[in-house]
Design a protein around this ligand. Structure first.
Ligand code: C2E
Ligand code: MG
Ligand code: MG
Length: 587
């Protein structure tokens, strides 16, 4: 089945060549016949009852008609009905248009024009002209005369096309989706979004970006059938309307796979990925708008699930989206409503068995939701752009509270990669926090993650060196979870490496009969500790819960431990008791 669509375009002929059949002085029947038959314009003659008296080769060709039909003057409606690629409501609209246009022509009104879209690159224009009071000529142009072709330049066709890729544009896509849903045809909508396209565009330039988009469209075009509609909705967003909808999931997986293969653009090897969200009509919504929104939700879910994925819409996604919107609203208010607080988790030096400092961890107590975990709300804060404000509050509060501790231990503050993007603001936040609290800079430690250094821009490194020059310590948090771990250690002289707790949890299999993770985790911990010791960095094992783990990481060379074994994160009021317990000699 093909996907047709059409619009009324009363001014569709403005400026275009008017197709007229002139009658030369000595036109023989043979010549007239030859003219009509061979004209690259589909023509049919219809009567007042929509009986079709004649059609030429082009019409037969275009609409897949036989050279002759069983009845002499087959009704136009039957011919339309025999066209498999037309939907019922489209047949009705074509018939209605023809009737209206016939009446209008009898009243001497200007000719109107109907645009019909058949499948991917096939668009035709339809016009009705009066021959006499009882006969009309139906002129169907496949683009060569009225400029409706997908390939025509500067004509009306351009309004439906994406100029860069030659695919359908958002307007055409919207129209088709609306037509399909109004006609109750089952259809699946695939929303496709490229992963990492923006960084290619930013780093390699718009020329490469444009060329890449064209390669992407070519790969997509090879995967779609003639009866599917492939569109570029804008930017790096593409969509496919799969008529029938049957194989949508297979197609979605395939799209993710083929778009993730490397590209060669202007001699350079480029890697991107793609995420796909699918919604089906009518299963996932009653209107085109709902289907769009739900396919978007599925896409959002696919991206959240780690990208390079294809996800089918599920009603739970709509609920999640609502929950998420509520969370956003509440989070924006949390700061002003005083719902945030800090808890502190001690860090212990293995050799001296004394505390060296505390890590400040953010807590959000919502009157209705209860305690919301940072793993839930920090990513949301990062996404909606309020992480900088939250981070400023954390810095200010942590520095201020640390001045009241009974011993001058270090306070470690987590810094989001998002905060590192605006170096000026972060420097100002640190300055303000230190100045307002009077905390000595050498008591402040900033925990950054590997992803903060991904870009390794000069500005970020300069900022970190600036901090260190003032005595502020820099720790690498969650080490080992990023993609280019060891390389990161050379980018900057860190004071401390915090080995991610997944490695420490991985040690637990040591006694069991599951050698894989054991050997791996222990080897990683040993290697990191060795590197740390060599460069004079502190190596902290995170998430140490048991005495066995503490003994193991100590044996593997870690200098410090942090975890439930020493203490869970505690409110400020409990800090002095912990310091007293561990550091009595020093405190
Ligand atoms: P993180 O910086 O790696 O913090 C350590 C997390 O491990 C904390 O979770 C802590 O409660 C937990 N933890 C400590 N010891 C153990 C243990 O023995 N076993 C287990 N299973 N977990 C342990 P929390 O407080 O839920 O924080 C989670 C993450 O949220 C933090 O990971 C950090 O990335 C982020 N975060 C927390 N506070 C802030 C903040 O103020 N700013 C920013 N940007 N991120 C924060
Ligand atoms: Mg941390
Ligand atoms: Mg950590």
């Amino acid at each position: 089945m093909q996907l047709p669509s059409f619009t009324y375009a009363p001014d569709g002929l403005a400026g275009a060549t008017q197709p007229t059949v002139r009658r030369p002085a000595r036109l023989t029947v043979g010549i007239a016949n030859a003219l009509l038959v061979q004209l690259p314009l589909a023509i049919a003659i219809v009567d007042a009852d929509l009986g079709v008296h004649y059609w030429n080769e082009a019409a037969a060709d275009l609409f897949g008609l036989p050279p002759a039909m069983a009845v002499d003057t087959p009704p136009l409606t039957d011919i339309l009905a025999s066209m498999p690629h037309l939907l019922p409501n489209q047949r009705d609209r074509i018939a209605a248009f023809v009737r209206d246009a016939m009446e209008a022509s009898n009243r001497g009104e200007p000719k109107s024009f109907l645009r019909v879209s058949l499948g991917r690159d096939r668009r035709v224009g339809l016009q009705v002209r009066g021959i006499d009071a009882r006969k009309w000529m139906l002129i169907i142009d496949d683009g060569r005369m009225f400029g409706t072709s997908a390939r025509s330049q500067g004509g009306h066709g351009d309004a439906w096309l994406d100029p860069l890729t030659g695919l359908s544009n958002r307007r055409h896509f919207n129209q088709m989706l609306r037509e399909m849903t109004e006609a109750s045809a089952s259809v699946a909508l695939l929303m496709i979004d490229l992963d990492r396209f923006k960084s290619v565009n930013d780093t390699l330039g718009h020329g490469v970006g444009d060329a890449l988009l064209c390669l992407v469209s070519q790969r997509l075009a090879r995967e779609t059938r003639e009866e599917d509609l492939l569109a570029r909705l804008g930017g790096d967003e593409f969509a496919i309307l799969v008529s029938g909808g049957g194989s949508a999931e297979t197609l979605g997986d395939r799209v993710v796979e083929i778009l993730s293969r490397p590209y060669v653009v202007e001699g350079q090897l480029v890697h991107i990925g793609a995420s796909v969200g699918i919604a089906r009509f009518p299963d996932h919504g009653a209107t085109a708008e709902t289907i769009m929104r739900n396919a978007d939700l599925a896409l959002y879910d696919a991206k959240g699930g780690g990208r390079r994925m294809c996800r089918m819409f599920a009603p739970a996604m709509a609920e999640q989206a609502q929950t998420r919107r509520d969370l956003e609203i509440d989070l924006r208010r949390a700061l002003t409503l005083g719902e945030l607080s800090l808890v502190y988790q001690p860090q212990l030096n293995v050799a001296t068995q004394t505390l060296t400092g505390f890590e400040a961890l953010l807590r959000w107590k919502h009157p209705v939701r209860g305690s919301v975990l940072p793993d839930v709300f920090i990513p949301v804060a990062e996404e909606i752009g309020c992480i900088a404000a939250l981070g400023e509050w954390v810095l200010k509060t942590a520095c201020e509270e640390a001045t009241r501790w009974r011993a001058p231990l270090t306070v470690a503050v987590n810094v989001s990669p998002r905060q590192m993007e605006n170096t000026e603001r972060l420097v100002r936040a640190v300055d303000t926090a230190l100045a307002a609290s009077g905390l000595s800079p050498d008591r402040l430690e900033l925990e950054i993650t590997e992803s903060s250094l991904m870009a390794k821009t000069e500005g970020v490194l300069a900022m970190l060196h600036g901090f260190r020059d003032r005595g502020i310590r820099i720790a690498m948090d969650d080490f080992g979870t990023g993609s280019s771990s060891l390389g990161q250690l050379r980018a900057f002289p860190f004071d401390k490496i915090k080995i991610d707790r997944s490695f420490i949890a991985g040690l637990d299999h040591r006694a069991g009969n599951c050698p894989g993770p054991v050997a791996d985790a222990a080897a990683v911990i040993r290697a990191i500790a060795a590197i740390g010791n060599r460069f004079g960095m502190t190596t902290t094992a995170e998430g140490v819960e048991t005495a066995e783990q503490a003994a193991a990481v100590g044996a593997d060379g870690c200098t410090d431990i942090q975890g439930f074994l020493i203490s869970r994160p505690v409110p400020p009021s409990k800090i002095d008791a912990l310091i007293r317990r561990y550091n009595t000699v020093n405190a």
